[in-house]
Design a protein. Structure first.
Length: 202
């Protein structure tokens, strides 16, 4: 029987607009879709890899999307000290076929988000909420994903659109500029009922 030799794990880093976050891109599919781990409890429950990374003193949060992982570091560390250590850690973990995210996570998150948003899509403002979510998913998400981040629509209430930024966008100084200048401007033009876009902290 032939042994199948796997292609070696290739890994490179990409800067993100957030100086505290770095994107590690691999030639393997890590997780189909988005998995965002900001706290250790969620990581411990659903992602052995995020849990291992967050046990390192310099890792604040971990965000997976398809073939990359965005790591946000603690403020008091310098990338020069930890960038290579993280690269080795991630490469080693992926080479050993370590579990990235457990089965059922996306269903769990879908259910969680649905419970959070159930009330959002009812009544007159529900129609606006649906339009806003569609615009964000179509136009904003792809651009934000290029930078190693994500944006999720949370709510529409009395002219205000509430969104959550994930991955490299979370806590990024330029994300508020992106929100105000780009996203808010577009939504106001396309949906007159929108007055403001507000970033919610998870």
């Amino acid at each position: 029987m032939d042994t199948i030799t796997k292609s070696p794990v290739m890994l490179y880093t990409e800067q993100t607009p957030n100086p505290e976050a770095l994107k590690y891109v691999t030639n393997r599919m890590l997780y189909r879709g988005i998995a965002d781990f900001k706290d250790q409890d969620l990581a411990a429950e659903w992602s052995p890899m995020a849990k291992s990374l967050m046990e390192l003193p310099y890792v604040k949060s971990v965000y997976f999307n398809n073939n990359y992982v965005t790591v946000t570091k603690e403020m008091n560390y310098d990338w020069a000290e930890i960038m290579l250590k993280l690269k080795e850690f991630i490469k080693d973990y992926v080479e050993k076929d370590g579990t990235i995210v457990l089965e059922g996570f996306s269903e769990y998150m879908d259910k969680f988000m649905a419970e959070q948003n159930a009330v959002q899509f009812t009544g007159e403002s529900g129609e606006i909420a649906r339009k806003v979510k569609e615009l964000i998913d179509t136009y904003v998400k792809p651009a934000v994903e290029m930078d190693g981040g994500n944006i999720e629509f949370k709510a529409f209430d009395a002219g205000k659109v509430y969104v959550v930024m994930q991955g490299s966008c979370s806590g990024c100084p330029s994300s508020s500029v992106t929100l105000k200048a780009g996203i808010e401007g577009m939504l106001k033009r396309m949906i007159p009922e929108v007055q403001e876009v507000v970033q919610e902290m998870e």
